[in-house]
Design a protein around this ligand. Structure first.
Ligand code: SF4
Ligand code: SF4
Length: 177
């Protein structure tokens, strides 16, 4: 009975000391920072953007993968990037252009809310129109704002019909030659 009382008191005193030690440790970190005590003041949590130490694109490692950019003038609409993307975050829609050698990429969307920045899409892009930029700040308030669109836009029914006629004309010219 007596042993049990002593052990409880010892345990209580240990807990009090542990608590006091923990408070003292916190104070040694917080007070120099709050009171701006010279050398002891070290930054534990950085503000964002931090006026002193914030990182810029130049601080990134050379092979870092930032947000994607597609140069739509070079993109052939082959959809290889869409097929290989493990996160299914690329959507490509294309249709024949005004001549047989040109595909019209009407939709090219990348959903950055799903992208894991693996870089596979860039690797398979033969014309190298798709690249990782060094831009890494893409935060947005709404998920829909995280979809980047590089497509040329949908064409009208009249345009589609007139382009079909142009292609047919150039095909018959080729046959005549
Ligand atoms: S980087 Fe990876 S996850 Fe992101 S779009 Fe390309 S293939 Fe998909
Ligand atoms: S792989 Fe390259 S060329 Fe092909 S659709 Fe994707 S971005 Fe365009």
């Amino acid at each position: 009975m007596r042993i049990s009382v002593f052990s409880n008191i010892a345990s209580y005193i240990r807990s009090v000391f542990r608590g006091a030690w923990s408070i003292a440790e916190s104070c040694t970190t917080a007070f120099p920072y709050i009171l701006r005590w010279g050398e002891l003041r070290k930054e534990i949590t950085e503000g964002y953007p931090d006026p002193v130490s914030s990182k810029t694109a130049d601080d990134l490692p050379p092979r870092s993968r930032g947000l994607l950019f597609n140069d739509i003038d070079r993109c052939t609409g082959c959809k290889e990037c869409e097929k290989i993307c493990p996160a299914q975050c690329i959507r490509v829609e294309e249709e024949p252009g005004a001549n047989n050698s040109k595909i019209w990429v009407s939709v090219y969307d990348v959903d950055f809310s799903r992208c894991i920045f693996c870089g596979l899409c860039v690797e398979v892009c033969q014309p190298a129109s798709l690249v990782h930029t060094r831009q890494y700040e893409g935060a947005a308030y709404h998920l829909t704002d995280l979809i980047a669109s590089f497509g040329r836009g949908q064409i009208t029914a009249e345009q589609r019909a007139s382009w079909a006629a142009l292609r047919q004309m150039s095909e018959s010219d080729e046959v005549t030659l």
